[in-house]
Design a protein around this ligand. Structure first.
Ligand SMILES: [Zn+2]
Length: 121
């Protein structure tokens, strides 16, 4: 028993659930970078009665262009309407795909750099 417990990392880990945060994914129209944003339900969202409004100026980490957004959410924190300039709301799957692609590109670039070093010597 002890062996298996160690093998699988001991106690069963509870998955972390962020109950306070709502996540948004925005793609910059200029450079295509997808930014993940967290809005705090208590501090960032404005209660409008039947739903919420979120005001945010998004800045991506590639071209640093500002993307102003005003988002209307329903009482289940789902996007009902988004007024956004210079960007577009995308899904979490889109974000994760881009994260993977970026990681692959970095790895390829690293290998290419290594190969060049070998050729040069
Ligand atoms: Zn950008």
């Amino acid at each position: 028993m002890g062996f298996f417990k160690r093998l699988f990392g001991g106690e069963k880990q509870e998955e972390y659930v962020d109950k306070q945060g709502v996540y948004f994914y925005v793609r910059c129209n200029n450079c295509g970078t997808i930014v993940r944003l967290r809005a705090d339900k208590q501090y960032d969202l404005e209660n409008t009665g039947g739903g919420y409004t979120w005001h945010k100026t998004i800045v991506d980490n590639k071209c640093f262009r500002q993307i102003p957004a005003v988002v209307s959410l329903n009482s289940s924190y789902e996007i009902e309407n988004a007024d956004i300039q210079g960007g577009k709301f995308v899904s979490q799957a889109d974000f994760e795909r881009q994260q993977k692609e970026t990681a692959v590109q970095h790895e390829l670039a690293r290998r290419e750099a290594e190969n060049k070093e070998e050729e040069g010597s």
